[in-house]
Design a protein around this ligand. Structure first.
Ligand code: 5IU
Length: 259
């Protein structure tokens, strides 16, 4: 059976500074819960962030879905993040050539490189996409998350593609902090953080291809590190107490796999 290390031990092995920071936050706050806040008004996102901030290690955004996005939104979110000690994850899923993603990361309306602690990247363009991020993250220490697998039905990120994404991560382990995946594979070394979306207690999926598993299944049976929960929390009538339930389930799964 696989021997699992603690998050404290993983923080020391991490090769990217944000990976190390995240493992330390998880260990300190005793939470491996990330929440995907896919709400479309800035005040709704900020209110939820402040109310669940103490329970989470990461808050995942899609800033391009916020109707009234402005710089003040980012400013306020950063204050809430530092008050509660969580990291901000912009799930941008960059996929173009290096030169274009550099502009998409640094410029435009959102200036993502200025505030995101981590961003997601597809590998279809090949490993040179990572070069588009190097100038910025050299200064900020931000981490890249490679999409090794997806939660949606019929995903093409499987098999040899997944293996190539892991290889891409290993070749760039200064910039890459980990993988978005559905399982821990033998080749995923302990310096990387494994984050898993597609988590909900009370649903198996939605009408648009999303597929759900439980915190216990992915953390204990499949060996990933951080659960990412969206609608299971932000659509609940009591988001804070629901967040606590997901946090407790995911943390119990982590503790039980250590034994
Ligand atoms: N997300 C997935 N699956 C993936 C990847 C990202 O669901 O494979 I990569 C995102 C989409 C959404 C969140 O922002 O994670 C999951 O939200 P729900 O828990 O509401 O399904």
């Amino acid at each position: 059976a696989k021997k699992y290390l603690t998050y404290e031990e993983r923080a020391k092995l991490a090769t990217n500074p944000t990976a190390s920071k995240l493992f330390n936050i998880m260990a300190t706050k005793k939470t491996n819960l990330a929440v995907a806040v896919d709400l479309t008004r800035k005040q709704e996102v900020l209110n939820l962030a402040d109310s669940i901030g103490s329970e989470i290690c990461v808050l995942k955004t899609h800033v391009d879905i916020i109707d009234d996005y402005d710089q003040d939104f980012v400013h306020q979110l950063e204050q809430i993040a530092s008050k509660h000690n969580f990291l901000i994850f912009e799930d941008r899923k960059f996929a173009d050539i290096g030169n274009t993603v550099k502009y998409q990361f640094e410029s435009g309306v959102y200036h993502i490189s200025k505030w995101a602690h981590m961003v997601t990247i597809h590998g279809v363009a090949g490993p040179a996409i990572i070069d588009g991020f190097r100038d910025s993250i050299k200064q900020t220490g931000a981490g890249l998350l490679l999409l090794a697998q997806m939660s949606s039905k019929g995903s093409l990120c499987v098999g040899e593609y997944t293996n190539q994404m892991i290889e891409m991560g290993k070749q760039n382990s200064d910039a890459v902090m980990g993988f978005i995946c559905q399982e821990r594979l033998e080749s995923m070394s302990d310096n990387f953080v494994l984050m898993t979306p597609g988590i909900q207690f009370n649903s198996k999926g939605d009408s648009m291809g999303q597929q759900y598993n439980t915190p216990d299944y992915v953390v204990k049976e499949k060996g990933t590190d951080v659960i990412i929960v969206g609608r299971g929390i932000y659509q609940n009538s009591e988001p804070k107490s629901e967040a606590i339930k997901y946090k407790q389930a995911a943390w119990a799964a982590y503790e039980s796999r250590l034994n």
